[in-house]
Design a protein around this ligand. Structure first.
Ligand code: HEC
Ligand code: HEC
Length: 590
């Protein structure tokens, strides 16, 4: 009798305290002894002793580590190395590496089941979820589950929830069959959903994300912070709701929600805002109506990117990605109890200053705290959106290789990143700006050297480099080789404009895409700056106005009069070869 009671209690208590069932850049071991965080900018994993709140060790793991999890109730850790396409296994007690699993591309998050027999990871590109046996260090199963997958959580009902980063769509994968079995759509404006977490008892999941309103004139008031709430039951009530976080506390505006954490006792939810460096503490309500109630507002350090609660729900931890600290808070008093330095920036201090400016929604970058450069260019990548600008429709360009592909913008109206002083002061951001006093209206006059901060912002913006295409991991395929020949042939003539190691002549051309038929709001066409063709495999939609959904469309339906290279004489197979070649770019470092 006693034994049954004890084991019952063990089962009951074991459920809420499981580490790593929702994705995060930080995790706490089931016994509450250790905390680990992945340091994206320094390429390390830090291990913290939670009894003393001291960093025990820091382990080099590779370029751009992202999600991290303890495996079951052990002190073994799995961390996703986004920039090097592998999952690394580490013993947190000793800091030794215990194994590695190579994956196709861009592993972002990783979670574990309670007994540590399986872990799962999302591959942002190509949008797969993979199941790994951590004992054998091998991939067991995989499933294509959407596009640009980031968030990942394991529910008590045996499902994996995933989020599409650029749409906020949530999908459920049945762990048994490993098939997508359900889907919760939000609004078409939902964007940047990088995390999801479940409630320990209720059939609910929570996801932070933003909305990008692309049609607002001059973009003023176009970015909104949200908490999405997904009902996992098929019962009454709506399947998905959202709470607008910038009206949650009167007129107090917050920007760029990054992660949420639900306390293991199920009572509280913590949501951090990486643009305004603050967070809300919320009481959770299971009423299908209010869902969350305000319980506190706290300022954090620079660029909070992770939040986690201790197994006993008494302490919570906030990771600030640009001050490189984990802050410790008492959950009852909401008071800061300590700050643990977890890593050191070793790069150019100017790039760090520039990065802080790029991520902040504080003055002098903006005036009303709702937007930052990173709201549309997260980590230098694109938000996948085509914005209605005063000059016409414009797709957000990724910033990879930017330093070598000037001039800037589809219309080449800018010759240096310092000209973004105009973006800071525009109606879009409404900031005071980084240059003291008036700014030269002419974009031709150099703005470099007028402000240390502006130079730093330019340094950071110019610092992004390309990853090699996963489509060429074992070199160019035969099809890509045929495509390469066509590309460089005079008959097809792509290399006339797409030349040099970045495949751009950095000049303006009319390729028949800007005569106003596709976009009547166009003011600057018909000439556009030849874009680089590197990294295109993951940057759809294409062309300045985003009207080409695929690379093939650029070369067929969007190239009616052969103004954009000679393509009308090509067979379908030859077009496919050209596409295959472009998808393999860059196959070597430019
Ligand atoms: C509302 C979303 C949004 C915000 C906020 C934003 N951008 Fe952009 N960005 C875009 C779009 C859309 C484009 C393409 C515009 C064009 O080409 O005319 C772009 C283009 C760029 C480019 C050009 C890349 C290239 O390859 O030519 C750079 C550099 C850039 N932005 C930097 C910044 C900086 C710095 C900030 C903050 C001061 C910022 N952006 C704020 C949406 C945004
Ligand atoms: C006369 C110069 C020129 C030639 C020749 C040319 N391009 Fe382009 N390419 C451009 C310009 C300019 C753009 C941008 C047009 C726009 O956005 O409306 C572009 C855009 C593209 C894009 C879309 C890139 C993106 O980021 O959205 C692809 C793909 C592309 N070109 C491939 C090719 C291929 C393949 C060929 C040969 C069949 C070719 N181009 C020939 C100038 C050229």
């Amino acid at each position: 009798m006693n034994r049954i009671l004890i084991s019952l209690c063990l089962i009951l208590f074991a459920v809420p305290a499981v580490a790593g069932t929702s994705n995060s850049l930080m995790d706490i071991s089931t016994d509450g002894q250790l905390l680990v965080c992945s340091n994206r900018d320094t390429g390390t994993l830090s291990v913290v002793d939670l009894a003393t709140n001291k960093k025990l060790r820091e382990v080099k793991v590779g370029r751009h580590p992202e999600g991290v999890t303890f495996i079951g109730d052990s002190h073994h850790v799995a961390v996703a190395i986004y920039g090097e396409d592998r999952i690394e296994f580490i013993d947190a007690d000793s800091g030794t590496k215990t194994g590695t699993v190579d994956v196709f591309d861009e592993p972002y998050s990783v979670v574990s089941n309670a007994d540590g027999s399986r872990i799962w990871a999302t591959l942002e590109y190509p949008g797969e979820v993979i199941e790994i046996d951590p004992a054998k260090k091998s991939i067991v199963r995989k499933v294509q589950a959407g596009k640009f997958l980031r968030g990942l959580a394991l529910t008590r009902q045996g499902q994996l929830l995933v989020t599409e980063y650029l749409t906020g769509v949530v999908k459920a994968i049945d762990v048994k069959s490993f098939k997508v079995v359900d889907e919760w759509k939000g609004s078409s404006e939902d964007n940047l959903a990088r995390q999801i977490t479940t409630h320990p008892e209720w059939a609910k999941a929570y996801l932070p994300h933003q909305r990008s309103l692309i049609t607002v004139n001059h973009g003023s008031g176009s970015i909104f912070p949200y908490l999405g709430i997904v009902n996992l039951d098929d019962g009454e009530g709506s399947r998905r709701k959202r709470k607008q976080m910038d009206s949650f506390r009167g007129v107090y505006v917050v920007a760029n929600p990054w992660e949420v954490a639900v306390a293991p006792d199920g009572k509280r939810l913590y949501i951090i805002f990486s643009g305004t460096d603050d967070m809300f503490v919320c009481d959770l309500v299971n009423d299908d109506y209010r869902e969350v109630e305000f319980a506190g507002l706290l300022r954090t350090q620079s660029n909070p990117r992770a939040v986690k609660v201790s197994p006993d729900s008494k302490t919570f931890y906030v990771y600030s990605a640009l001050d490189f600290t984990v802050d410790v808070y008492n959950a009852k008093t909401q008071r800061l109890q300590g700050s643990i330095p977890v890593t050191n920036w070793t790069g150019d201090p100017d790039v760090l200053l520039g990065k802080k400016l790029f991520y902040t929604a504080h003055p002098p970058m903006t005036s009303r705290r709702w937007i930052s450069c990173s709201s549309c260019h997260p980590d230098g990548d694109s938000d996948g959106r085509t914005w209605q600008q005063p000059e016409g429709l414009r797709g957000t360009q990724p910033m990879f290789g930017l330093k070598y592909t000037h001039p800037i913008h589809w219309s080449a109206d800018r010759d240096e990143v310092h000209d973004f002083e105009h973006t800071i002061r525009s109606r879009l951001m409404g900031g005071r700006g980084l240059i003291k006093g008036k700014v030269n209206e002419s974009l031709g006059q150099p703005n470099e050297g007028l402000s240390k901060e502006l130079d730093a912002l330019a340094n950071y913006t110019n610092s992004h480099s390309f990853e090699l295409s996963p489509h060429a991991k074992s070199g160019l395929s035969d099809s890509a080789k045929r495509g390469k020949e066509l590309f460089f042939s005079t008959k097809v003539g792509c290399a006339k404009c797409h030349s040099g190691s970045y495949l751009t002549d950095q000049k303006m051309h009319d390729v028949g895409t800007g005569d106003g038929t596709d976009d009547p709001t166009e003011k600057f066409g018909p000439e556009f700056d030849t874009p680089t063709l590197l990294g295109l495999y993951r940057s759809a939609p294409y062309l300045h106005h985003g009207k080409a959904k695929s690379i093939a469309e650029v070369l067929t339906t969007q190239n009616k009069n052969d103004k954009h290279g000679q393509t009308s004489h090509l067979t379908q197979k030859q077009i496919a070869d050209l596409v295959e070649f472009i998808q393999a770019l860059p196959y070597e470092s430019p």
